[in-house]
Design a protein around this ligand. Structure first.
Ligand code: IMP
Length: 178
């Protein structure tokens, strides 16, 4: 699996530092708010799990599964494959995301949560790919900006593979340009 990686972009050590920093920022802003952390499956799992373990205040966890990707390109059509179990009316929401690319997924999900009556909706993302942006969307909590490459690891996949890598790496082009 590691042979398919061109270059390590964010090491495990760097991820640990980012996770701690974002947890500290969320603690300042949400410690007395009992927020709902909503993870967008499946890419969020490592990030959400690691960040939430650093948060020493009351919160709830829930997940949505929305898809917009097929292979290495965004289709632009966002569909909900699994919905929330939590009533979010009047609640402060933090969406936990692996990467913001075009911004379409989050724009759609934010809109949906606000329409359902959330009190506030903010976004925490491990990675930001600003060059990929098609719609205007800024995450309030950003781990690190990355260049416009297809990256995998620490939850991010290529056709369901590489999620279990402990770091973020650039996938060799020959893997997806066959
Ligand atoms: P957006 O709607 O284009 O911002 O897409 C966000 C979603 O696309 C992320 O949650 C990922 O699942 C997926 N995605 C975007 N860029 C990458 C990448 O470089 N590697 C793996 N998945 C990606």
């Amino acid at each position: 699996m590691k042979n398919d990686i061109e270059q390590i972009l964010v090491s495990k050590k760097e991820i640990d530092i980012i996770v701690k920093r974002i947890a500290d920022e969320l603690t300042v802003d949400y410690a007395d708010k009992n927020p709902v952390l909503i993870g967008l499956l499946k890419g969020c799992v490592m990030f959400m799990s690691d960040v939430s373990k650093c948060l020493d205040f009351n919160l709830e966890l829930d997940y949505m599964d929305v898809s917009s990707y097929n292979g290495v390109s965004s289709t632009g059509v966002v569909t909900i494959d699994r919905d929330l179990k939590t009533d979010i009316v009047g609640r402060d929401i933090i969406i936990m995301e692996d990467i913001v690319d075009t911004g379409r997924t989050l724009t759609k999900v934010k809109e949906l949560l606000i329409n359902r009556g959330a009190k506030s909706v903010k976004v925490a993302t491990l990675l930001d790919k600003p060059e990929g942006r098609i719609v205007e969307l800024e995450a309030e909590y950003v781990g690190i900006s990355v260049p416009n490459h297809f990256v995998v690891g620490y939850g991010l996949d290529y056709n369901e593979r590489y999620r279990n890598l402990p770091y973020i790496g650039i996938l060799k082009e020959k893997i997806y340009k066959k």
